[in-house]
Design a protein. Sequence first.
Length: 281
Amino acid sequence: MFELILGVAKDDDRIRAVYMNGSRTNPNVSKDKYQDYDIVYVVTETESFLEDKDWINVFGEIAVMQEPDLNDCAWGAEHDFKRSFAWLMLFKDGNRIDLGIQIKDKMLKEYTSDSLTVPLLDKDNILPQIPPTSDIDYWVKKPTEVQYKSYCNNFWWCLNNVAKGIARDELSYAMWMYNDPVREMLEKMLDWYIGINTDFKLSVGKHGKLYKNLLSNELYEMFKMTYTDSDYNNFWKAIYNACDLFRKIAISVAEHFKFTYNTYDDKNMIEYLLKVQNDTL
């Protein structure tokens, strides 16, 4: 696949440089057959590539494809197609290429913005010098005290909406509140906890996909128990499991940074949840 990607670029005078980013450039990520090829062609112009898009068929038989720039425009976003365009392609052989084309000016503004970038071809020496690839841009960042308190408060506050959604039998709303804002707060606290234990020199992966390898067995089992199905009895159990895990981790983070954990919000929201669950308001 690399030979094909570079072969296309070498044979096409419109393509002046090629670079790659994503997981294949990350030395800390285990390699497997599901990794995408995140490729960018730096081109002299984009119009001819877009006038006849059949040229992308050279990479294989496409099973499913997405053109995210077109999709974004359908929802009202603006995009200058003369500067860049992208195809996300899943092929029937299982390979996937996320392929972008961009003119030199666009490349110069983006090339150094991602530490996971590797140059593959440079016909005109136009790619700026960059340090060796690293996932440093994705390392967990230390929280400020304001951030810590905000995330704690938002975790406990949003649970009241989850409870009301269950009480009103509004499953989709309750699920969204629980799995979006509440889980975001929980995951951020887990990120900080892991950051403490790794000197904040590590990435947890997108949406904590590396938690299994970074948390103790006990904590990861607790994390797994925060997920639920559509049965409200199971939903309530998952909520209390999330509360237990959040409390445990948040107190540990507070102790490390000498922050103050808000036990008042914790205690009162648990009381409220119990009242809603037992219909005793």
